[in-house]
Design a protein around this ligand. Structure first.
Ligand code: SF4
Length: 466
């Protein structure tokens, strides 16, 4: 029926072996991590909302994959049906490549093709995605007036109901796509040949295993790489590491001959070989500051919905939905959440501001910058605020903290479990999954998990700042 789709084409562009494995040995894929599953499900689906900009369309989504062919025929028929002016997920197949087009709108005697993106800016990948769509549309001889990317207007501010005409903006990519036709045809034919091979193509591990996405066959291709391999170090450029590795320098002994014995790289290899961690304590003490009793450990949960859910908010503006504070002095815990009604956020921010005033230092651990969020909501602007707020993750990163997992996952879990080897703790993603669950019983677990996570952070902080 078809060999490629948009997602398998993208997979093949990243690594032909990944495409082959996906088609022939999908059971070798890595287990989906909690992190990948942990998306905020409560947000509005941007794709569905975008359809309301062009109402009254016919939805061509097949109910089962076996109906792709039938829906392709139906799509082609609809092109000539004067009663059909808009189609959602219209299906086209050309050169064994299937696409589903988000929105197709009749435009005189031609059609306007629209690909919806839930971001506020466009990147090269989006242009290439749209070019593949255009290639297939042209191959199916659909008269196209334009192909556009429909994305989120960063200046939009919600006032009452969502105004889709203001929320979305458009960018034509027809000229770009037209210029790409030849390249795409070549690439499609190459990838089809890959799928038809009798064995997986021989491709060395390399930077493509992580960029632009972490490959789902990493567990399979990397199974012979030992935990203490120099490939897990971070101070050299990855391209250089892989080029050495693929040119035959595969063990640490050979690699160590090439590097400065006093370098950070050498410290990292020592840590790997001794199955421990490395930290530059001098930098660490400078950054973490002196130990005080009056410390609050802060766990703040917020999300950034593409479509604003509160009045006055812009796309992707943070909505604080829960926090937990743990006092280092007496173990007191202050908890708050608005998981049942996000419009109560303001109340929570006031409580948070009042509670934090009592402390000299506030410590949190996050890959996101909570300081800027607290500035935005005027928490740090209050005259009575005198605490110093520190992202412990940033402190550890800047102090060169390193262990065998931190290159791929600089999380509280991977750092904590290195220092307290006998303990296993849950992933932060569990909190996000429960906070956004439709099941009330799962949402109830959020407070306790946030409190526990704060206790792990407290233990880590006190251990390193001993
Ligand atoms: S792990 Fe790397 S080499 Fe293996 S299929 Fe994925 S990208 Fe290709």
């Amino acid at each position: 029926m078809h060999i490629l789709s948009k997602s398998t084409y993208i997979k093949g562009e990243q690594c032909p072996k990944a495409l082959y494995m996906y088609k022939k040995h999908p059971y070798l894929r890595d287990k989906l991590s909690l992190e990948k599953r942990a998306k905020f499900k409560r947000g509005t689906d941007v794709g569905i909302l975008a359809r309301t900009y062009f109402p009254g369309g016919v939805n061509m989504t097949p109910t089962t994959p076996s109906l792709f062919g039938k829906m392709f025929e139906k799509t082609m028929q609809n092109l000539n049906d004067p009663n059909v002016n808009v189609m959602y997920e219209a299906i086209f197949i050309h050169n064994d490549t299937l696409i589903m087009l988000d929105i197709l709108v009749r435009d005189g005697d031609k059609w306007r093709a629209i690909e919806v993106k839930s971001s506020m800016s466009l990147n090269e990948t989006y242009y290439h995605d749209a070019s593949l769509q255009y290639y297939v549309l042209k191959g199916c001889k659909v008269p196209i007036s334009d192909i556009e990317l429909m994305y989120i207007n960063s200046d939009y501010e919600r006032k009452g109901d969502i105004d889709v005409k203001q929320l979305f903006v458009f960018k034509s990519v027809k000229d770009f796509a037209e210029n790409e036709l030849e390249n795409i045809d070549k690439k499609v034919n190459e990838l089809k040949d890959v799928v038809n091979l009798s064995n997986a193509p021989k491709i060395n591990i390399g930077t493509q295993c992580f960029t632009p996405y972490t490959c789902e066959f990493r567990g399979h291709c990397w199974k012979k790489i030992p935990d203490d391999s120099f490939l897990h170090t971070t101070s050299y450029d990855d391209k250089e590491l892989f080029s050495l590795f693929n040119s035959g320098i595969q063990d640490n002994r050979s690699f160590k001959r090439l590097i400065n014995p006093l370098s950070l790289e050498m410290n990292q290899i020592d840590a790997l070989e001794q199955d421990t961690f490395y930290i530059n304590y001098k930098k660490f003490y400078d950054l973490a500051g002196k130990k005080t009793e009056s410390i609050a450990f802060l766990n703040l949960l917020f999300y950034r919905p593409a479509v604003p859910i509160l009045d006055g908010h812009k796309p992707y503006q943070e909505v604080v939905i829960a926090f937990s504070i743990l006092s280092n002095q007496d173990g007191e815990v202050i908890e708050w959440n608005c998981l049942e009604d996000y419009s109560k956020m303001e109340e929570g921010l006031n409580i948070l501001t009042e509670e934090l005033k009592r402390f000299e230092k506030v410590i949190y651990f996050s890959a996101q910058n909570i300081n800027s969020l607290m500035h935005k909501y005027n928490i740090l602007e209050s005259k009575e605020i005198s605490f110093k707020i520190i992202n412990f993750r940033d402190v550890l990163k800047e102090s060169d903290f390193f262990n065998k997992k931190t290159k791929y996952d600089f999380s509280l879990k991977s750092i904590y479990e290195e220092l307290f080897a006998s303990e296993k703790i849950f992933e932060h993603s569990r909190i996000i999954l429960n906070a956004t669950s439709d099941n009330e019983l799962e949402r109830i677990l959020v407070g306790k998990d946030m409190e526990d996570e704060n206790k792990y952070l407290q233990k880590l902080y006190n251990r390193l700042l001993k």
